[in-house]
Design a protein around this ligand. Structure first.
Ligand SMILES: Nc1ncnc2c1ncn2[C@@H]1O[C@H](COP(=O)(O)OP(=O)(O)OP(=O)(O)O)[C@@H](O)[C@H]1O
Ligand SMILES: [Mg+2]
Length: 422
């Protein structure tokens, strides 16, 4: 029997075997690529595991094909500690595509008594760009603008449409008022300024839903500077494709039954990471069984139940463990609101918490939601309403509740039995 390999790829940034859906987003992006003068930059945002990184990776070849240069990387808190670090980050990324460019300049030198003209050739590599940055006068933003303008003047006749600067995990950027360092504001200001001078450098920032409000808070003009693409879970048809197509593509004889597909669509909630995770586990289960019998029959409901339990441990338990008892109480209240899977307000939480033995005041809820935001469990949208920042967190919490009720019921039975026996 030939070996069958598992086609599914759960994991941050792992290219899926089949990129389901996202046609609209890709079309939207192609429109941005057609801009002569950059008036729209892009914020690509959405919950954890919804497919931001893989879509960004998909945008890269499209951009290159359309004549753009593409630079960028994943950001982290350490990239953005100061204005100089973010500027040097951009210069480092830029140097990757400019280092092959040679610029030549005429300089006049004096040899003995005579002055002669000499041509000097300089490579536009990291060291050149960095020394230009260091030697230019002014603030970090002026220096960076100067470098970007120089680079454009050197490449504008080489047939490129422009340069795309693409940064993932951009929600990690922050201004540091206490240290008087404003790297995020610097990035926004520099791009706004060079775009006003018709230099076609476009910015793509990818990150969690906290990203866009953070940009607007840093510089209000960010609201007009970016188109926001909010990546949502996949619809039913696209979820099905994400399950079926990888199996088809891998030409293996294993197939998910229609019932199993429906069950996976339902329990994954259409979230790409969960689809990959559940399918990979289910596929492995099948391969395990195949070692024992030629025609494995798997009870798909039981299988999905088992996989969900594993997912709870792998994905949710760590996040849940970081919450205090009181925070968990609040999260239970939220998870049981009718609209908890979309959005909720402080007032709704306070109302629902009235039933508790120890209710929550609205200032208390506000304060706790702030802490939960910093912990990455909820986020506040631009309209001042909150949502869970982790996909399917509400369902996980409700599942925990049911499990704990079951356990309590069993304990009760056990103690009663115990009592009767005596
Ligand atoms: N459109 C899609 N179709 C099928 N699978 C997808 C799709 N988009 C993403 N995936 C899969 O989902 C998982 C998560 O994708 P990705 O890492 O891009 O998410 P993300 O939004 O960047 O997550 P994070 O917020 O953690 O950075 C990966 O295993 C990827 O292969
Ligand atoms: Mg990502």
């Amino acid at each position: 029997m030939s070996t069958i390999s598992n086609p599914f790829r759960p994991g941050a940034g792992h290219r899926p075997p089949y990129l389901a859906g996202r046609f609209q987003e890709i079309e939207g992006f192609k429109k941005l690529l057609n801009q002569e003068v950059i008036v729209d930059n892009l914020v690509l945002t959405g919950l954890r595991g919804v497919g931001k990184t893989v879509l960004l990776d998909e945008f890269r070849p499209l951009s290159i094909e359309a004549g753009w240069l593409w630079v960028g990387t994943e950001l982290s808190e350490s990239t953005c500690v100061s204005e100089d670090t973010i500027a040097l980050r951009l210069i480092t990324d830029l140097a990757v595509v400019t280092s092959g460019i040679i610029i030549s300049s005429e300089v006049q030198k004096t040899f003995g008594f005579s002055r002669v003209e000499k041509r000097i050739e300089t490579q536009l590599d990291y060291y050149t760009l960095k020394s230009v940055y260091e030697e230019l006068p002014g603030l970090s933003s002026d220096k960076l603008k100067g470098v970007l303008e120089l680079v454009w003047s050197c490449i504008q006749n080489k047939g490129y449409r422009g340069i795309i600067f693409a940064y993932d995990e951009a929600q990690t950027m922050s201004d540091q008022a206490q240290k008087e360092q404003y790297p995020l504001s610097l990035l926004l200001e520099v791009f706004q300024s060079i775009q006003r001078k018709n230099i076609p450098f476009m910015l793509i920032l990818t990150g969690l839903p906290t990203l866009f409000p953070k940009l607007v808070e840093a510089r209000t003009f960010a609201e007009r500077m970016f188109s926001v693409m909010f990546l949502d879970r996949l619809g039913k048809k696209d979820s099905r494709d994400a399950i079926v197509e990888p199996v088809k593509k891998s030409h293996c004889l294993v197939k998910f039954s229609t019932n199993a597909i429906d069950e996976i669509v339902k329990s994954s909630g259409g979230y790409p990471y969960f689809i990959q995770y559940i399918c990979k586990e289910a596929f492995d289960m099948y391969l395990q069984e195949l070692k024992i019998t030629q025609d494995p029959q798997i009870d798909y409901r039981k299988a999905v139940e088992e996989i969900t339990r594993k997912l709870d441990n792998d994905f949710f338990a760590g996040r849940w463990a970081r919450a205090t008892d009181r925070q968990r109480e609040l999260l239970h209240v939220i998870a049981n609101l009718n609209t908890s899977d979309e959005e909720f307000s402080v007032q709704e939480v306070v109302e629902a918490a009235r039933k508790l033995k120890k209710p929550f005041s609205s200032s208390h809820v506000n304060q706790m939601l702030n802490t939960l935001t910093l912990m990455g469990l909820v986020y506040k949208n631009r309209h001042g309403r909150y949502s869970f920042a982790v996909p399917l967190l509400g369902e996980y919490i409700r599942r925990q509740e049911r499990e704990s009720m079951k356990r309590k019921g069993q304990m009760e039975l056990f103690t009663r039995d115990d009592f009767n026996r005596q």
